[in-house]
Design a binder for this molecule. Sequence first.
Ligand SMILES: Nc1ncnc2c1ncn2[C@@H]1O[C@H](COP(=O)(O)OP(=O)(O)O)[C@@H](O)[C@H]1O
Ligand SMILES: [Mg+2]
Length: 303
Amino acid sequence: MTAHFLQVQDLTKRFSGKNQTPLTVFDKVSFNIDKGEFVCIIGHSGCGKSTIMNTLSGLDSPTSGGVIMDGKEVSGPSLDRGIVFQNYSLLPWLSALDNVRFGVKARWPSWSKAQIKQHSLDYLELVGLKGAENRKPAQLSGGMRQRVSIARAFATQPKLLLLDEPFGALDALTRGVIQDELVKICVKTHQTVFMITHDVDEAILLSDRILLMSNGPNAVIAESVTVDIPKPRQRGDIIKNPGYYTLRNHLVDFLVNRSASSHYKEQTRPLMSNPIKSQLSKEKSEPLAPRSCAVSEILPTGT
Ligand SMILES: Nc1ncnc2c1ncn2[C@@H]1O[C@H](COP(=O)(O)OP(=O)(O)O)[C@@H](O)[C@H]1O
Ligand SMILES: [Mg+2]
């Protein structure tokens, strides 16, 4: 069996909580990501999504379990993994161009100055910032700053791109425009992406697969839902897909009714479901009952 590009195996994170009682944020979280896959993770605040992402990046380490990327164990930060945070972490004293150039130079130290500049400008153009390259972050809108962060992350061509609610602080219109840009860039680059979002529609627009995380403490990946809507997707068109609302309702129902950890206490392995497939095969037209979603597969545990 071919090894997956990213293997997250039995990841557990414990913090010392109040009165020294340990707090197990998540418990034995396992999932895989294949090369070129776009995987979103959805779950309520505090369930541990950012902690998982920080562990994938190498900025944090798990209490137990491990992460293997491209055959090597993740044991610290690396330019192989690019991150975009919610709060546009740009260097405020550098221009947009220099913020991108900084990353490119670190990635390819042997490149000439002209090569580094051209490569950085190409990525700024890709996110619609041609002409704004000399502005400092304070002279850019929130949407433009986030575009610089995205350009910087893509420009270094990381093997894995990690996005932690990158559009959470943006207004809905700007968010829509940048999401569309992200769709285009991913089509062009076949970038492997792991993204945290709170936005169900954003997850459906972008993902090949959506991981649903139960509430903490002791959170688990409760389901892995495949999004079978053909790519590239367009916001206006995907709602016409016959499975769109079944999938959307399934995700919302999880967040509203099924995300409590107690729901998954007896469960030793996470569920994998594909509501769109079940809808298209027209097996049943009645509404999805809690926990009776189309469970078609069990996540592999051995890889
Ligand atoms: N350094 C820390 N010490 C103690 N508890 C922490 C620490 N970092 C995160 N936590 C706790 O871990 C839980 C998960 O945090 P986080 O990963 O940020 O969740 P999410 O991104 O899903 O909102 C939260 O309850 C948070 O308070
Ligand atoms: Mg978070």
